[in-house]
Design a protein around this ligand. Structure first.
Ligand code: 8YV
Length: 333
């Protein structure tokens, strides 16, 4: 019998990182992309000391109730709305995520969606491929400018700040942001962003990017009332979580000329995308690829592995605090 701590890895990741885990742990790897029920997750967690999971696996009170030996859950991803931190803390389980390593890659995708939506790039390509480009015309695919326009950022964490820099420094945009709290003046100066209230952000933005964490309080923050405050010429980009947007209201605004375009990487019912959105030409849809560059995905898994090694007190990282979300909240017991 192997006396080393046991670790479950919920999805196929990178082989070299599984091997690295294998230096310290008895690893239960997963060979195929797998969809788990809550019961499946509970059963897997019941037999291990640690778990490396993705946004697809929800871990809360029910999933850890029978997992007496579980001490650490490492989430591969910066967003952790799939974790019930209170339940994990109460059970003495260290939760960690992968901030920083994905910041610039995700900010890049936010900008790519903004540009594709405002300049109608995917719509143009589809039109061309459909053989509709029979004659050049002066009014073909007129979009809205990015340079010199006003960029609104809702949620000014690391990724929001990366988008602000791109807008201010690269495209000469006026950058406004709204956030739970105002940033220090030095950060505002360095990112070129100015703080405004939520309604002012909606009203003034030519392009609005959502980069805030999803919490129940933020559910459908961008609803019909919020969309009505935006300029009809505006674009909306969501690279955060689908639940932030009322997708029916968004599809309605896009279909009826109350919003020019949208770029979405995340959806309420992932991986299912609403037919109302699929039917629209003025929305760019990507399958949750914000952090999906090869280097960044490698970096995320490496950090999650480091976090697990540290949290379970193994190897050279023993004693290093993992990028933990709830260390201070755990009752030692
Ligand atoms: C990941 C993400 O693909 O980091 C996040 O919050 O949404 C993405 O980068 C996902 O979390 C993988 O688990």
């Amino acid at each position: 019998a192997d006396a080393r701590p046991r670790v479950w890895v919920s999805q196929p990741l990178f082989d070299e990182e599984i091997e690295r885990l294998g230096q310290y742990f008895d690893v239960q790897a997963t060979a195929e992309v797998t969809k788990y029920s809550a019961g499946d997750i509970a059963a897997r967690l019941a037999g291990v000391d640690g778990a490396l999971i993705t946004l697809n696996e929800r871990v809360g009170a029910a999933e850890v109730a029978g997992a007496g030996g579980l001490r650490a859950v490492a989430n591969v991803g910066v967003g952790y709305n799939n974790l019930d931190l209170d339940a994990l803390s109460a059970a003495g389980i260290i939760a960690s995520n992968t901030p920083d390593v994905l910041t610039e890659t995700t900010a890049d995708l936010g900008f790519a969606l903004l540009m594709a939506a405002a300049r109608r790039i995917t719509e143009s390509e589809r039109w061309l491929r459909e053989g509709q480009w029979r004659q050049w015309s002066f009014k073909t695919m007129l979009g809205h400018d990015i340079h010199g326009s006003t960029l609104g950022i809702l949620g000014m964490g690391r990724i929001g700040q990366g988008i602000a820099r791109r807008g201010a420094l690269g495209f000469g945009m006026k950058v406004l942001y709204h956030n739970r709290s105002r940033l220090p003046e030095a950060v505002e100066a360095e990112t070129g962003a100015r703080y405004v209230g939520f309604d002012d952000l909606l009203a003034q933005a030519d392009h609005l990017v959502l980069v805030l964490p999803y919490t129940p309080a933020a559910h459908h923050l961008v609803n019909a009332a919020a969309l009505a405050k935006m300029k009809p010429s505006a674009t909306l980009v969501n690279i955060a979580r689908g639940g932030l947007v009322d997708e029916i209201a968004l599809a309605d605004a896009l279909a009826n000329g109350r919003l020019a375009a949208a770029g979405l990487d995340v959806y309420e019912g992932e991986p299912n995308v609403r037919p109302e959105l699929l039917a629209l030409r003025n929305v760019v849809l990507t399958p949750h690829i914000g952090s999906a560059s090869l280097d960044t995905r490698r970096g995320m898994v490496a950090l999650a592995v480091d976090n697990l090694i540290a949290a379970l007190g193994q190897g050279p990282d023993a004693g290093r605090p993992p990028s933990a979300l709830n260390l201070g909240q755990i009752d030692a017991g």
